[in-house]
Design a protein around this ligand. Sequence first.
Ligand code: NAD
Length: 261
Amino acid sequence: MMLKGKVAVITGSTSGIGEGYARALASEGCDIMLNGLGAPADIEAVRQSIETDYGVRCLFHGADMTKVPEIEDLFKTMETEFGGTDILINNAGIQHVAPIDEYPLDKWDAIIAINLSAVFHTTRLAIPMMKRRGWGRIINTSSAHGLIASPNKGAYTAAKHGVAGFTKATALEVGPYNITANAICPGYVWTTLVEKQIPDIAKTRNMTEEEVINNVMLDMAATKKFTTIEQVASLALYLCSDMAQNITGSMQSIDGGWTAQ
Ligand code: NAD
């Protein structure tokens, strides 16, 4: 129960990697504020199962990460319900695959808002709470695309490189306050976000869906394996531990060796 008495706010935690983070932290006794989009009944099922499976307090706030007043309301709720936050995991993210000269303008704006600008807004609101507590952990889900690029992922690559840089700047500012800030950079993790891009990549590269999996997604991974949600979540748990106190400003690759080449 390493995180008993602590509370975490995790953006984009109604599915995929974010839900995995929530379950991993809750399994160590951490109270959780879930956030994300989805059908209310599905979200309530996740919220309830975290409370019953791990015996922690788990709430949900539906702040849309494109809307600053809603993000501010999420942190007001953290204050009233939990007296602040100890851990912030920025994880909400979307993807759109298209060539730059055909890239839909609304998709560019949404990716920059959700994947990058929201990270600034949550961080600026969480830092005073962590300073007050004299302890904090900020974990940003960047991506292998925070370190390298792929064609047709211009907006996502720009946003995730931005997250990587912002994480380093955050680490330098919060270090003296016993707060760390790190980015996790996964390669392909089997979630709906990945599943949904397969038909688009197949179309833009004129490939079958099986060729996309083997020749695009796993081609560069030395292990030829997808990363699992649980593997990403356990890395986050380690970053929350006391043993990770001096890991800050780091980019933690978990990509089967993809970015080693
Ligand atoms: P996912 O689609 O399952 O999860 C995305 C989460 O973000 C969901 O909870 C969704 O509701 C939420 N979200 C989307 N738009 C939102 C908005 N406007 N406001 C609030 N929440 C919003 O996908 P995932 O694969 O679990 O992705 C999670 C994170 O991991 C993303 O930042 C993604 O870029 C990153 N990532 C994923 C992979 C991968 O291979 N799956 C690899 C590297 C990085």
